[in-house]
Design a binder for this molecule. Structure first.
Ligand code: MN3
Length: 201
């Protein structure tokens, strides 16, 4: 069975950028529900509990058709939120360094332009979804977005940074002001973890 991982910091650790109540509901209730629903779907075919969530999402075509939609949504939700908690931290560095920074500059020209492009993608995602930074096999990086709980693993690609732009991620504090949420979120990105993911994927 899959389990809800603990947050790697306190619920209020990302204040004032992301508020305690949002973190509590987002982690305990939303992520918790994705895990419970994923386990419920897979309990019909328990052999899949032996497979990692990354492998499952990269091979959705092999999941039995009657549960495939649930596994896509709830398994995606489980993976995406686990990544999301890990790529945030209070008081992290304000930008990446080394090979990841080089790759971002090659793609976007500068780190500031990268942030603009990534934020614009988040604003442009209609309805619920995510913005992703993907590492390609040649080491380059690309900004992509996806609806619902879809993610780059489903396209055979490797996500190293993700931003949740579902309303549940920001509505309590920012209401309809998604742009303010995105601008605030940059303050809590854990670039050390994103660099680790870039280096090891
Ligand atoms: Mn969410």
């Amino acid at each position: 069975m899959f389990t809800l991982p603990d947050l790697p910091y306190a619920y209020n650790a990302l204040e004032p950028y992301i508020d305690e109540q949002t973190m509590q509901i987002h982690h305990d209730k939303h992520h918790g529900a994705y895990v419970a629903n994923l386990n419920d779907a897979l309990s019909k075919y328990p052999a899949w509990f032996e497979t990692s969530i990354e492998e499952i999402l990269a091979n959705l075509d092999q999941i039995p058709e009657d549960i495939r939609g649930k596994v896509r949504n709830d398994g995606g939700g489980h993976y995406n939120h686990t990544l999301f908690w890990d790529i945030m931290k209070p008081g992290g560095s304000t930008q990446p360094s080394g090979a990841l920074l080089d790759a971002i500059i090659r793609e976007c020209g500068s780190f500031e332009t990268f942030k603009e492009h990534f934020s614009t993608k988040g604003m442009g995602r209609f309805g619920s979804g995510w913005v992703w930074l993907v590492k390609e096999s040649d080491g380059s990086v690309k900004i992509v977005d996806a609806p619902n709980q879809d993610n780059p693993l489903m396209e055979g690609k490797t996500p190293i940074l993700g931003l949740d732009v579902w309303e549940h991620a920001y509505y309590l504090k920012y209401q309809n002001r998604r742009a303010e949420y995105i601008q605030a979120w940059w303050h809590v990105v854990n670039w050390t973890e994103v660099e680790r993911r870039y280096a090891t994927s």
